[in-house]
Design a protein around this ligand. Sequence first.
Ligand SMILES: Cc1ncc(COP(=O)(O)O)c(C=O)c1O
Length: 412
Amino acid sequence: MATTLPLTPARTLPSDQDASGRTLGEAEIAAVSAALRSGVLTSTKGTFVSQLESRFAAMLGARYAFACSSGTAAIHCAIAALDPDPGDEIITTPITDMGALAPILYQGAIPVFADVDPATCNVTAATVAERITERTKAIVATHLFGNPCEIDEIVALGARTGIPVIEDCAQAFLAVYNRKFVGTIGRIGCFSLQQGKHITTGEGGLLVTNDQELARRLFLLINKAWGYGDARPDHYFLALNYRLSELCGSVACAQLDKLPAIVARRRMLADALTQKLRDLTEIVTPVVARGAQHSYWKYCIRTAESMHADAVVEIAKLLKERGIVSAPRYIQKPAFMCEIFQQQRTFGSSGYPFNLARADAVDYRLARYPGTVSALERVLVVPWNDRYSEDDVDYIADSLRWAVGSISWRSA
Ligand SMILES: Cc1ncc(COP(=O)(O)O)c(C=O)c1O
């Protein structure tokens, strides 16, 4: 039987919800002060947002980058750039943020959910292929927790069937797949600058593409489709104001300088934790594809099949006693189990766009999603932060070992 007493007192870890786990410092204060002093707070006139865009494009090796007001806005612009007809289908993942799904519905398209690989919580080329129909307009491939999905294979599948791929990199700044940064492999990459991401402006988003025509559409979609700089500008089509302000753009410029070091440190610390947990057979450490580099937005573990199904909840409870606030089962249920999908609550009583969907596209029976059910049942999301010390990582490893040891006898 395992020990039930932790060896060291509980400690407070840096958190991405406040200054302790953020890299907001003098550089950001100086940048935002300069923006304020200039009196120019809109990106249509200022210099910070355009600087952010050109520097982000250069960092990723993309031809174009655009800033916008959130990761949700980035996904919305990416979907709208592809101009789906009402009722077109967009294949995506059921383990994601609602900000990646609501834009599909706002654009009149139907999110069609592919199953995930329970080892990574990511969709695969095989699970996406199962959902392709003649109505598929696009695939959204999400790199969950910063762990790249098999994006080359998904893009190749899309190329064979003429379907463009949008990468959702909200959680995956500077993650790599086969020597390319994620976000630059599909047609459009989307990023989030929300409070808890690798770098932050509180709220914000970024888009990248190598495609000139899509770049033009993305620019317009952020700007109410007003043709700034054109000889005879007009509002060319339906679009919203999704601009990032110069206040956020200035902070983002300073944050961008720190991004490579942030990701490098998260990787180094995560590798150290993986080493420390190697012999703990009750849990499975992150499974990273060959040729991929995880960027560790979070450090996700999965309980081994030998553990009972509720073990993640019990481990999380014990970790909480140790000051480690983990998320057992992440979003708790597949996104399609939320009321918005179950009750089809969208625009008044119209049911639009669900009223245009094929029955199979909105068939949300859990039996069709064995990988998703298994993934959510066993995943434990451990908070991760570049401001952890090596002692913090030792502490997390010891706490996990203690928590697993405290409950594993019950699983036998
Ligand atoms: C995978 C994913 N996609 C999209 C979003 C939406 O981003 P935002 O919260 O910046 O709107 C998030 C959440 O933040 C996310 O985690």
